[in-house]
Write a protein that binds this ligand. Sequence first.
Ligand code: IMP
Ligand code: MG
Length: 174
Amino acid sequence: MSERVVKMIDEEDIDERIAEIAGKINEEFEGESVFIVCVLRGAVFFATELAKRITVPVKIDFIQASSYGSSTVSSGDIKIVKDIEMSVKGENVIIVEDVIDTGYTLAKLKEIFSHRHTKCVKLCSLLDKPDRREMEVDMDYIGFSIPDKFVVGYGLDYDQKYRNLPYIGIVEFD
Ligand code: IMP
Ligand code: MG
C-alpha cells in the first residue's frame, strides 16, 4: 500500500500559533519558571520550538509512553517506557504532546505527575482531535483542533516516517 501526504497546516501558521501559546505561558508564569515534559517522540519538534519562544526560565526533560494494542488506535493501557530524569518537585510542569486523540495518554500522564509534588501540571498539545476523545481531559493549551484524520509532520509519524516535514499533512492511502 502506498500513501501520499496532503498539506493541511503550513509551517508559517504553526510558527504563529506556537508564538501565541508561548505568549500565554510567558504571561501566566511571569516571574516564575516552567518545566517542559516533552512526550517522545512526536512532540520533540513542537516542544523545542515552543521552548525557544518562552522567555521565563525553562527546564526540559523527556518522557516516553506507549499504549499496547494496534498501532493506530490507543488501547488505553498506557505504560511509561522512559521516565524523565530530573525532579519536578515544586516545578510548574507543562506536559507537551504532539496530538491528543483518545485522551488516554495525557490523562495518564496528568495522573502520574499529580503525585510528584509539583507546583502545577498543565497540558499542552499542538493538535487536538476532539471527535476521537474517549476520556475527558482538561487541556490548558491547544495549537489546532483538527478533524478525525491521520496526520503526519512536525514530529508526527506514520510508521516512523514524515516526522521531519515542516508542515502538518493528512495521510491519504491509494
Ligand atoms: P491518545 O492516548 O489516544 O490521546 O494518543 C495520543 C498518541 O497517539 C499521540 O501521542 C500519537 O503518538 C498517536 N496519534 C494519534 N493520532 C495520530 C495522528 O494522526 N498521527 C500520528 N500519531 C497519532
Ligand atoms: Mg505520541
